[in-house]
Ligand binder design. Sequence first.
Ligand code: C2O
Ligand code: CU
Ligand code: CU
Length: 509
Amino acid sequence: MLPDSKSTNVCIEKECVWLVRRVVLLLTVATLELRILIQKIMLAALLASSVTLGAASRPGSAHALPADVASLNPPLLVNRSSRPKTVEVNIVAAPTRLSLMPGKMTEAYAYNGSVPGPTLEVREGDKVIVHFRNDLDEPTTIHWHGIHLPFEADGSPFHPVAPGKSRDYVFTVRPGSAGTYWYHPHPDHRTGFLIAKGLYGGIIVRAADDPLPKSIAEKLLILSDNRLNPDGSIDFPEPRSHHAAVDEENGREGNVLFVSGKVMPTIRIRRGEVQRWRIVNASASRVYRLAMPGHPFMHIGNDGGLFEHPVDAKEIVLGTGERVELLVRGTDKPGERRVLRALPYDRYIPQTRPDDWKTTRDLLTVETTSEPPPAPVLIPAVFRAIPPLDIAKATATRTIVFSQGMINGKKMDMSRVDFTAPLGATEIWAIENVVGMDHPFHLHGFQFQVLDRNGVAEKFRSWKDMVNVPKHETARIIVRYDNYPGKWMFHCHILDHEDHGMMGVLEVK
Ligand code: C2O
Ligand code: CU
Ligand code: CU
């Protein structure tokens, strides 16, 4: 990072401390005033460092964006509805043959022929109608990971879609839920296999009043890995082999890392430009410790959307199923390149820890172009208010014990309800990982807030539907069951663990 941006970041921190104090003060007064404050106080953060960079410093010819850059974001689902506030799309899951690895063809499964599937882009308040057809030769579903919706639309194992059959998923996007989500199959026992075959896609929920400037370019970076044979075919271990047992223990990891379906793509950025990266971890088990050496991120959001204010981060640990939103700023000289890396992360038990776990993986290259710097943008110091769920209102405290392959000593049973809670209740869940391997917890249907990890209070609030619980640690969350009765899954999001029974059912009624 250049020194000028460092000082900007410091300035942001101070500004934030000051703002938080103001916000706390004002919250006790009136939320209306807070809104006005948010609108009024715009911080000249991330002011472009364009002073030393004029048009004169542009070497060579103007830079046209090559096709690979334009196509890094997956295609969008086409809205077939002409009604206002309605998004109506068609999705077909079907076998296909496509190129995952350059120069190789792969027998895969795809949503509408693309891996990742086309992005579902909607706005808060939209009515969403998805006409889904299953052209696979096995049952499947589409689960809308993280979205607050009716039970019948959840695409959980309770509502399988048989081969050749169709199902409509209908839901209304809740106000305040703007953020980055994703969709994937969720049939009983087969989620890991179907995602490995290529079935996953992104969801962007846009806010009516997004506090970030519209001029900022956005990238949807869906991280996934796959194990591919040299001929391009997807490599699954022989059932009951040693390799299968290791996969079942660790969760399947792949030798090829993809960003939105591309291997080591290049993102181009102008010096002084700010980009908004929405990152999804769609991997079956891989945890990404993201870093761009010497170039901190501005972390602006999590699973359920924007934070209250931006936070500087040198590294981001992105567990399976999780999403983050980052602001990345071009600070290098034209022509310079930087690599977004996944640093080693030890989530394993020693017995099955892969030999190469300490390898740093390259994900993508960021190249600074010679185009003139864009006009500076203003990043607000406060994005929105995230009111805390009230601990005093919690009517139950539940303990979820993650051991290897089980939750509270039990394997998943579709005919069993593990917990029952009244609609509207607020509850605290303590997720205790009693084994020497990380297990990422996920709850369907409801966003929650993390209270503390290992007794240490969470530094700031955010909306989450995932929390990675590291080996021998405990995380406590608070959740309120708004609106929708039904049977909601909670599970470990290492897909092999989920498929082998690390899942339970919460019935809200
Ligand atoms: Cu992303 Cu139950 O799933
Ligand atoms: Cu989910
Ligand atoms: Cu697990």
